[in-house]
Design a protein around this ligand. Structure first.
Ligand SMILES: C[S@@+](CC[C@H](N)C(=O)[O-])C[C@H]1O[C@@H](n2cnc3c(N)ncnc32)[C@H](O)[C@@H]1O
Length: 390
């Protein structure tokens, strides 16, 4: 993609470019034909900027509401928070605060969500292209009255706010990292804000090393559609005393401390796989208590119970078969249940799911249901469980 400049953003935000982009939004986008047509009406540079925006808007539709009214930059779009997570955070984490700073706002994934949730937002961005796009996006969504965009370095900004959010870039010198000090700005720099702003929350990679966090920081994990999206470290008034997990889009929450060990044993009638946010927050046993469930093994995040309790915090399967893992045995189970497909999941098993799925194909019949095969360990023994979604 052609590198954007502030001049390109001015051009793209103008009425003629907006009309061209609106026309492109409704058509299939064939690269050669679209570029050739644009070049007939525009110069080489303008045609490339328009074409790239049309591509980026399509990519952004899954991430931003009203993507067809907004402008994007490729890397900033990749880094932007998913809208349901940003909205949830704005409402649930920053709920009590009226004036919130978004420090390193990019093209606005979070600043727009905070403003849409009714906050007055101070959005700081040092990259001139992103700041220009942010200003455009704020106006395009009719939020200019609520968002003040400040172009500059967050370290030199006066912060007259009640709370601050930061989503530091996870790349330095082009390399992706989950180390807190490798972020840009570093976690230490952001934690320093806690003295100047009453409440601070910092979005981090879910794979962070928890030991790198200062002991006073609170920590939670957020998932969306079963995928772990982010860790959130809280400082000052947001230094949560207990770890928590939030599961979206349901908005279900679980918080710690982790419960005492659960009873352990072989699968009962139902098997639960806790949501990844619950697992990462270290709250599997707490969830087990809520579900009145046992754990297959103290080291394995699978729960089991006789009675099914519906919860967004875990997925459940009806147990059809279980026993020590042998390929021949599980193939016979699949055949006996007339399975048409098998999805293999594993925890603490060395077997490669994709390899086993391939080997089990011969046991499947066409038109049968897709069943799930869990490979795990119970009391040190390799164990298999065949399940069906209830
Ligand atoms: C991961 S992006 C933010 C994405 C944003 N939360 C969203 O959802 O669209 C981080 C941004 O912080 C900006 N940034 C990094 N260090 C900064 C600093 N010291 N001052 C201001 N902005 C900074 C980068 O330019 C980048 O756009």
């Amino acid at each position: 993609m052609r590198r954007l400049t502030p001049e390109a953003v001015r051009f793209l935000a103008g009425p003629a470019a907006r009309a061209e982009l609106a026309a492109l939004a409704g058509e299939p986008l064939y690269p050669l034909a679209a570029l050739a047509a644009l070049r007939k009406r525009w110069g080489e540079g303008e045609a490339a900027w328009l074409y790239d925006q049309a591509v980026l808007r399509r990519r952004a539709r899954g991430k931003f509401p009203e993507a067809d009214a907004l402008l994007f930059e490729a890397e900033a779009l990749e880094q932007a928070s998913a809208w349901p997570v940003a909205r949830w955070r704005a409402e649930q984490v920053f709920g009590p605060y009226e004036r919130v700073a978004d420090l390193g706002a990019g093209i606005g994934g979070d600043a727009l969500a905070l403003a849409a949730a009714g906050k007055r937002v101070l959005a700081v961005e040092r990259d001139p292209v992103r700041a220009a796009i942010l200003e455009h996006n704020v106006a395009a969504l009719g939020l200019a009255g609520r968002v003040e965009v400040v172009r500059g370095d967050l370290r030199g900004i006066a912060l007259d706010v009640e709370a601050a959010f930061a989503d530091p870039a996870r790349r330095r010198e082009g390399r992706r990292s989950v180390r807190l000090q490798a972020m840009d700005p570093s976690f230490a720099e952001l934690a320093g804000l806690a003295g100047r702003v009453p409440a601070v929350a910092v979005k981090l990679a879910p794979a962070l090393d928890k030991a790198e966090l200062p002991p006073e920081a609170g920590l939670g994990f957020v998932s969306l559609d079963g995928e772990l999206k982010e860790a959130l470290a809280g400082l000052g008034e947001l230094a949560w005393a207990e770890p928590w997990a939030a599961v979206l889009p349901a908005g279900a929450r679980l918080h710690g401390p982790e419960a005492d060990p659960l009873p352990t044993g072989e699968p009962l009638r139902y098997l639960y796989e806790p949501d990844p946010a619950v697992i990462r927050a270290g709250l599997v046993r707490r969830l087990g208590r809520e579900l009145e469930a046992a754990q297959l093994d103290p080291e394995v995040a699978y729960l089991t119970a006789e009675v099914l309790r519906s919860t967004p915090l875990a997925r459940a399967w009806e147990v059809l078969e279980h026993g020590p893992f042998r390929q021949k045995t599980v193939a016979a189970w699949l055949a006996a249940h007339g399975a048409g497909g098998v999805e293999v999941k594993r925890r603490r098993s060395p077997v490669e799911p994709a390899v086993l799925e391939k080997k089990l194909r011969a046991a499947l019949v066409s038109g049968g249901p897709v069943l799930t095969l869990f490979l795990t360990r119970i009391a040190g023994r390799p164990w298999a469980v065949l399940g069906r979604r209830p």
